[in-house]
Design a protein around this ligand. Sequence first.
Ligand SMILES: Cc1cc2nc3c(=O)[nH]c(=O)nc-3n(C[C@H](O)[C@H](O)[C@H](O)COP(=O)(O)OP(=O)(O)OC[C@H]3O[C@@H](n4cnc5c(N)ncnc54)[C@H](O)[C@@H]3O)c2cc1C
Length: 278
Amino acid sequence: SLSTDIVVVGAGPAGCMVAKTAAELGVNVLLLEEHPSPGLPVFCGEAISEKTLVEAGLCPETSIISQSIRKAHVYTPNGKQVTIENDRSRGYIINRHIFDARLSEDAVTAGARLMVNTRAVDVIRRGGVVVGVKAERGDEQFIIWSTLVIGADGHASMVRRQALGIPYFKSYGVCAQYTLSGLNLEPDAVEIWLGRKYAPGCYAWMFPKSQNVANVGISVLAKHATKPVIQYLQDFISQNPKLRDGVIISKTGGMCPTTGTLDQVVGDGVMLVGVAAG
Ligand SMILES: Cc1cc2nc3c(=O)[nH]c(=O)nc-3n(C[C@H](O)[C@H](O)[C@H](O)COP(=O)(O)OP(=O)(O)OC[C@H]3O[C@@H](n4cnc5c(N)ncnc54)[C@H](O)[C@@H]3O)c2cc1C
């Protein structure tokens, strides 16, 4: 077994930021990631604001930034186009796996210990207080004792389920995304389609990674979906002359809670951060 002040479950952006912050304050932090490298696989449209990049403590260097964004074309349900553009705010389409890798490096530089290929499988309680996690790495099973367990383990959070008894969110969007190449785009403009024609309850997006490549995705509110989300995505792309001849170079998807932050995100010895918390 191991012991530490804080065990952070999940080395996504939320887990890395909380691990870095705690380590900078002189606390012993163990950061667990079930995959071999933080940031992979990517489940993201990769669009962030400049403010997010700054708050993450990162610079807009070329390995992180795929494309700078200066405007957004928003298509309303009645077919109108609204363009949002100003000199003060900027966005980026990032290389999310590099963004996450940088955040994990910063956490380690601050003093956190990162354990990859390590999955937290349960929380341990003593007298109702969470005092650690059970973890697995390969065939090895071990216990990590800690004063605080932080669940940064994404939308399906084991920590949320096991420690706080909250199985899932009451409302969530189901997402599917293709990265398409062979396009001819306005590279510094994201495009968003609102309304039930394409994406009931949520929206469809086109986030350019360059003039020729874009993340094209859709999120549909689960309770409004009448067909699989991949079908919504394919129907949306086939109806869009700018996108329909694109070549699929990768596919991803996932779930996004739409409830906002949960009412309960802390318990004795435990707290949730990031999308685990809503
Ligand atoms: C299709 C899609 C497109 C999106 N597009 C955008 C976008 O363009 N811009 C944007 O800002 N947001 C976007 N989002 C949302 C964004 O991806 C999430 O808000 C963000 O990743 C949440 O970060 P997090 O650190 O809370 O969780 P995550 O990024 O989910 O990280 C959780 C980490 O925990 C690890 N983990 C999980 N369980 C365990 C366990 N038991 N033990 C150890 N490790 C574990 C996972 O491997 C993962 O690395 C999108 C989401 C989806 C699904």
